[in-house]
Design a protein around this ligand. Structure first.
Ligand code: XMP
Length: 504
């Protein structure tokens, strides 16, 4: 006889938080949103703690290096998508790990043999007036000199004049070593009245440029998530097929944590992948696994050695797994069940295995609900895809700015490994769609606004930390009619409200 789960399977929109007593100390500015990313023993600290309980989904349309940097600056962490070659994924990890706040990797580099006409063309495309000259024109090639608009007269100089004839050679350029921090670089810029300062490695290769005009916008990221060497923390997605080739490249590139990216995690494939990582790296490589939707799945992955467990099947905004295959579970019910299993596991073993709620977050308040239900941190796809820093195109649809967002199970992503059940390396049917999401500007503004709402709701619940929220939260199921009562109702909305309603 089949097993029937008791009760109904619920999702976030069916719940509300009932406020609890809040003391006068409980103000949003005092709320601490730190959350463990990886497992730890009772009385010990986790090896990685998030400053903001958000990670970005392992998706082509979401987690590229630009978003990873922006999110780490806000205290969260990205998992770079694994549906690309291992070499490309490792290159993206390196890009994040080598990024220095305020140091811009030049995208208009010259070679000594280029002509003035070519320089002018490049300047027209990029609008950059300072261009480094490197060996082969590579962004991190050996620095040979620099060209600024003071080095040539476009109306008088011959168009075929070579860069080597008019560049300022490196011997005459003030440069700073790669060990310099942003504030020291800024001092050099001011003392020498420079507009830009090239940063170079010991062997003379170019790291990037610090610009005078950028200093103010980069100087403070109080919440940023850094490793012991002050580099941004970043994760990487892996699959259950090519881990023996992929994992070493990602580890060497400096990935701080890995995550098995799969639509369904209660499988021998995941256990084998975890076992391989433990055999080859012990506990030094952190790796999450999933996705599961019940206590049994959680226990299986925790016993198999997962550093965190992801919850959620079919609840993602672009997911059609439930329609295609009829598997899954309401995200709230799945999460509550798994978090209970995590707490029981902690009681029994003394090992706390963090739980990540993956997918299905629509409104900012869903984030607070998920954290109140017990999630340690959240994985978000649609939410991050809307920002400037996501890798997808911004397009205009019916007069509104949109960003493209497609599922890893869509025909566009062709991520067969995510849905792999050991058969052919082909997607025989899709489990995701290709879509647009409303453009939402810079990540920083969006995340800070969401965090303010979370902090504020936590204060309504009398919680200053996420642990306190889990303990003190009082949740209630709502009826369909009370959902209507919760929105603006029985009024005719003015157009000015569109922005507020689209904010999520
Ligand atoms: P949200 O709701 O944040 O969900 O956009 C992101 C999560 O959805 C999962 N994902 C998929 N699930 N088909 C699926 O069934 C897909 O094509 C697909 N792509 C992503 C994934 O867990 C992600 O983090």
């Amino acid at each position: 006889m089949a097993t029937f789960f008791p009760g109904v399977s619920h999702t976030f929109s069916e719940y509300l938080l009932v406020p609890g007593y809040s003391s006068s100390e409980c103000i949003p500015a005092n709320v601490d949103l730190k959350a463990p990313l990886v497992k730890f023993r009772r009385g010990e600290e986790p090896a990685i703690t998030l400053n903001t309980p958000m990670v970005s989904a392992i998706m082509q349309a979401v987690s590229g290096p630009r978003l990873a940097i922006a999110l780490a600056q806000e205290g969260g962490m990205s998992f770079i998508y694994g549906s690309q070659t291992a070499e490309d994924e490792a290159r993206m990890i390196r890009e994040v790990k080598s990024y220095k706040a305020g140091v811009v990797v030049s995208d208009s580099n010259l070679t000594p043999d280029m002509t003035l006409a070519e320089v002018m063309r490049l300047k027209e495309q990029t609008h950059h007036s300072a261009m480094p000259v490197t060996e082969n024109g590579a962004p991190h090639g050996k620095l040979l000199g620099i060209v600024t608009s003071r080095d040539y007269r476009p109306s008088r100089d011959p168009q075929d004049k070579l860069v080597r004839e008019f560049m300022t050679p490196v011997e005459k350029v003030i440069v700073a070593p790669a060990t310099v921090n942003l504030s020291e670089a800024n001092d050099i810029i001011w003392e020498n009245k420079l507009n830009q300062l090239p940063i170079v490695e010991e062997d003379g290769s170019l790291v990037g440029l610090v610009f005078r005009k950028d200093y103010d916008s980069h100087k403070s990221n109080p919440n940023e998530l850094l490793d012991a060497s002050k580099r941004y923390v970043v994760g990487a997605g892996i699959n259950t097929r090519d881990y023996a080739e992929r994992v070493p490249l990602l580890v060497e590139a400096g990935a701080d944590a890995l995550c098995i990216d799969s639509s369904e995690g209660y499988s021998e494939w995941q256990a084998r992948t975890l076992a391989w990582i433990r055999e080859n790296y012990g506990d030094s490589v952190k790796v999450g696994a999933g996705n599961v939707v019940d206590a049994e799945g959680f226990r299986f992955l925790a016993d198999a050695g997962a550093d965190f467990v992801k919850v959620g099947i079919g609840g993602g905004s672009i997911c059609i797994t439930r329609e295609q295959k009829g598997i899954g579970r309401g995200q709230a019910s799945a999460l509550i069940d798994v978090c209970e299993a995590r707490d029981q596991y902690f009681e029994e073993t003394g090992v706390y295995v963090p739980v990540c709620s993956d997918g299905g977050i629509v409104y900012d308040y869903h984030m607070t609900l998920a954290l109140a239900m017990g999630a340690d941190f959240l994985m978000l796809g649609r939410y991050f895809a809307r920002f400037d820093e996501s890798p997808s195109e911004r397009v205009t649809v019916n007069g509104s700015y949109m960003k493209e967002y497609w599922g890893e199970g869509s025909a566009r992503a062709r991520n067969w490994a995510r849905y792999d059940l050991g058969g052919d390396k082909k997607l025989s049917f899709v489990e995701g769609v290709d879509s647009y999401v409303p453009y939402a500007g810079p990540l920083r503004d969006g995340v800070q606004s969401s965090l303010l709402k979370i902090r504020s709701t936590m204060c309504n619940c009398g919680a200053l930390t996420l642990d306190e929220l889990k303990e003190k939260a009082r949740l209630t199921l709502v009826s369909a009619t009370s959902l209507v009562e919760g929105g603006a109702h029985d009024v005719v909305l003015k157009e000015t409200n569109q922005q507020v309603l689209f904010n999520n």
